[in-house]
Ligand binder design. Structure first.
Ligand SMILES: [Cu+2]
Length: 498
């Protein structure tokens, strides 16, 4: 009996292993179907057209007055040629589609004026920034068409690639999908001193990934799927299909933002590249990778070294089946961005710095406060978002340990905390692609638990809440979000209007 049982078990084991290997091969093999896609995913629009030059979002430096930087942003409606030959009605900031890249420096005071000239109430969240709750742009701060909102804050965090996008109650995905999103570059002296590409639009390139699906008459298809939300079948880079970037330098820094509402991208360039920064800024040292998985809302900065005449493609290469959930783009493959090498006479790139910035995390000191969050379906800890409920009160300045579990075995989730940065202190029950560095958004594979060492911006205000939520925006809109309030020690939250 024992022998038979043993043989059967062995047999089953090898079959599973062989199946997994086969799945891994087909998934990583790349384009197999029409238009550079695999046969089981929809063909993206625009793949048969000529490549177009990569549009670089304008760098908006605002108006500098001493150490105060003033910005004016207008959310507006317009139209744009997302796919060649098709005019699509869109939303954007200071333009028809998407928004400019906002530039700000550590130590500056930011005074922002945001005008709402779209047809619905909205609000703008500064994703990754540490600032008072009154400036954070949560759902309690929506403002009507024709109105203006004027948040202000001090930039008190290291250089990083962050972004801004709408956060209106229950329609964040739709407003972001229509085009209200842009990158933020935070600079500081420490980063300036490093020999890294930082000439915006020349060797320091924003790569904003979003996606869309289209109606037959070429408009944004706004039908919200009950599982996939507004997951688009056509990936867009800086707002267009099939872009091409012709490098003029041998070294390029890509500031990649996954601004898609639901789609994961496993980014690869066909050769090893160096990751130098995650959501919340530079790593301690460059890390060489073959691929890096970005869930919605995450950023990564990549250094690519190019030879004259070299042709590379930034691809979304998919993740091997069985390694994580199905769907949500995890097994789709796309060519995202063609990159060509510089001219022969381009100057040699210097040695990549071996050290970047010191993180100074004291791993010996255990945080006094530990909290647990269970993500399941569209809920966190068996509760849906309630703007009148405070879920967490942070009444101290030090770090906390947040233990976040994805209880679903078939859905991915991720987790974003406003006004905070965190290190991944541990992963249990799953594999994370990239755990180095400071994050504000992290992928949590099915049945995995991640331990996050969280540092908050400390701007006590008992009257307004910050959000923590799944950044798959359909999940957020369906209620997968909670509220935390930062207060003085011993103080109680007192949400405004309640
Ligand atoms: Cu989710």
């Amino acid at each position: 009996m024992n022998e038979r049982f043993g043989r059967r078990t062995f047999f089953k084991g090898t079959l599973i292993a062989a199946g997994a290997l086969l799945a891994a091969c087909t998934d990583m093999d790349g384009p197999a179907g029409p238009g550079g896609t695999r046969s089981d995913q929809a063909v993206p629009k625009g793949v048969d057209a000529e490549a177009r030059p990569l549009p670089i979002p304008p760098l908006e430096e605002g108006e500098l007055d001493g150490t105060t930087r003033r910005f004016e942003l207008t959310a507006q409606e317009g139209e744009f040629e997302i796919v060649p030959g098709t005019t699509t009605r869109t939303w954007g900031f200071n333009g028809a589609w998407l928004g400019p890249t906002l530039y700000m420096r550590r130590g500056e005071r930011i005074e922002m004026t945001v005008h709402n000239e779209v047809s619905e109430p909205t609000v703008v969240h500064w994703h990754g920034l540490h600032l008072p709750a009154a400036a954070d742009g949560g759902p309690a701060q929506m403002f009507d068409p024709g109105e203006t909102w004027e948040p202000a804050w001090d930039v008190d965090q290291p250089a990083a690639t962050c972004w801004y996008h709408p956060h209106p109650h229950e329609v964040s995905a739709l407003h972001a999908y229509r085009g209200l999103a842009g990158a933020i570059v935070i600079a500081d002296e420490e980063a300036d001193a490093l020999e890294l590409p930082n000439n915006y639009g020349v060797d320091d390139i924003p790569v904003v990934i979003t996606d869309a699906k289209f109606t037959e008459d070429g408009q944004l298809d706004e039908i919200i799927d009950s599982t996939y939300g507004l997951l688009g079948d056509t990936p867009l880079i800086n707002g267009i299909t099939k872009p091409r970037f012709e490098a003029t330098t041998r070294r390029v820094r890509l500031r990649v933002l996954n601004g898609a509402t639901m789609r994961f991208h496993n980014l690869m360039l066909g050769k090893p590249v160096h990751v130098i920064a995650t959501d919340q800024g530079l790593l301690e040292a460059p890390v060489e990778v073959d691929a890096v998985l970005l869930s919605p809302g995450e950023r990564v900065e990549i250094i690519v070294d190019l030879e004259p005449g070299e042709e590379l493609t930034l691809r979304s290469g998919g993740v091997a089946k069985g390694k994580t959930a199905d769907g949500f783009g995890l097994h789709d493959t796309f060519d995202l961005l063609e990159i060509t090498g510089p001219p022969e006479d381009a100057a040699e790139a210097p040695q990549l710095p071996r050290r970047l910035v010191a993180h100074g995390v004291d791993k010996q000191t255990a945080p006094e406060t530990e909290r647990e969050f269970r993500l399941n379906g569209f809920q966190i800890n068996e509760q849906s978002m309630d703007m009148h409920r405070v879920d967490v009160v942070v009444d101290h300045e030090g770090p906390e340990l947040w233990r976040v579990t994805n209880e679903n075995d078939d859905w991915p989730h991720n987790f974003h905390i406003h006004n905070a940065r965190f290190k991944v202190a541990g992963v249990d029950g799953g594999e994370l692609a990239f755990t180095h560095g400071w994050h504000d958004t992290i992928n949590i594979p099915p049945l995995a638990t991640v331990e996050l060492l969280v540092e908050f911006g400390y701007y006590p205000d008992p009257t307004l809440a910050y959000m923590f939520h799944c950044h798959m925006l359909f999940h957020e809109d369906e209620g997968m979000m909670g509220q935390f309030v930062v207060v003085e020690p011993g103080q109680s939250p007192q949400l405004a209007g309640h």
